[in-house]
Write a protein that binds this ligand. Structure first.
Ligand SMILES: [Zn+2]
Length: 359
């Protein structure tokens, strides 16, 4: 199942916000009460909460039995995920946020008014929470996702947030289509072997930022994400990308200057995450391959040489093949995707056959 989240800030007035905060504080206390009991009695895995727990909680908290059960369920999940962590982190967890996961029994949509839509919270009390559907809501609906009946209600620093979840069956992987490669190249560009280049001109944008500017990273990310939408993978069945995790840092403990000029690791991770989601939704198999020598390798004569690459230009010193350096890298990544090989070191001996598909 694919799940997408839509967060919506509610413009509820102060008295309503504090009413909900009060409920969430009580709910939080109840969750922590269950966590303490489950932890103390080493009940880490059970599916159902002890009836006695519920009975005891009824006397302690100003919540309906249903909400107490709901808090119990949340406590069980928190305890369970804490137990799955590494040994040193297995101390009793604490539920620190003011947040409730509420299923369809606790809420419904109210009638729309001119300026807002309304969410009706109901369980022992009734509160109407105003909100407005966002673009993301329409986007996921448009892509065939359906609204889940579970919502998340959050309070943080005076602000109330509703979180909606959209679900969709994972589509099967496409059986037919093209194999393409993507190079996360120099100065924040993303080059795809289908000819699309994302982030061209980004260099100039980055130079216009002052180095100390706080939001630079976020701004670059937003621009890249915006452009990434135009990447067309509708006829692609497999997409190969570089696994930059395998790139070792140099002796000074930092990434080499060449790497620094590429997408920052932070941004790289974000782009990969975004690509992975796109692929998931469109039934495209995403494979990550080793970037080892992909920028220096010439697939025409099966030779690699440091001198093959000079900045943006690739020119093979043996056969003279010339290409844009990023496109050459992307093609070599595509070659690995076609050959089902992780690294140029492990290309099968018959790879020349698949090579013909990316000349
Ligand atoms: Zn060559």
């Amino acid at each position: 199942m694919l799940i997408r989240t839509v967060q919506i800030h509610s413009p509820a007035n102060q008295s309503k916000v504090s009413q909900i905060k009060e409920f969430l504080v009580e709910y939080n206390r109840c969750v922590n009460y269950f966590i303490r009991r489950l932890w103390a009695e080493k009940k880490f895995t059970g599916r159902f909460l002890d009836k006695k727990y519920i009975q005891d909680a009824k006397d302690k908290f100003n919540l309906t039995a249903r909400l107490i059960q709901c808090a119990g369920k949340q406590a069980q999940q928190i305890v369970k995920s804490q137990r799955e962590k590494s040994f040193s982190q297995r101390t009793m967890p604490r539920f620190k946020v003011l947040m409730a996961d509420l299923d369809g029994r606790f809420w419904k949509f109210g009638d729309n008014t001119k300026s807002f839509e309304w969410l009706v919270l109901q369980s022992g009390f009734k509160v109407l929470i105003p909100f407005k559907r966002t673009k993301m809501w329409t986007k996921w609906e448009g892509r065939g996702f359906t609204l889940s009946n579970s919502i998340r209600l959050k309070y943080d620093e005076g602000s109330l947030t509703l979180e909606f979840f959209f679900e969709k069956e994972k589509p099967p992987l496409k059986p037919t289509g093209a194999v393409e490669g993507i190079d996360l190249g120099y100065v924040n560009t993303i080059t795809c072997t289908n000819g699309q280049v994302i982030g061209a001109g980004m260099n100039k944008v980055i130079e216009s930022f002052s180095k100390r500017e706080k939001h630079t990273h976020e701004q670059i990310k937003n621009r890249i994400f915006h452009e990434l939408k135009s990447l067309n993978i509708s006829n692609v069945k497999k997409l190969a990308i570089e696994n930059l995790k395998s790139v070792k840092s140099n002796t000074r403990g930092k990434f080499s200057r060449k790497r620094n000029r590429r997408l920052s690791h932070w941004l790289y991770a974000k782009v990969v995450e975004r690509l992975a989601r796109r692929c998931e939704e469109e039934g495209v198999r995403l494979v990550s391959v080793s970037p080892w020598k992909t920028s220096q390798y010439c697939r025409f004569c099966n030779n690699w040489d440091r001198r093959n690459r000079k900045g943006e230009v690739f020119k093979c010193v043996v056969c003279g093949h010339t290409d844009h350096a990023d496109m050459n890298g992307a093609m070599n990544i595509k070659l690995l995707g076609l050959a089902e090989a992780y690294s140029l070191r492990s290309l099968p001996s018959n790879f020349m056959g698949v090579r013909n598909e990316c000349l």
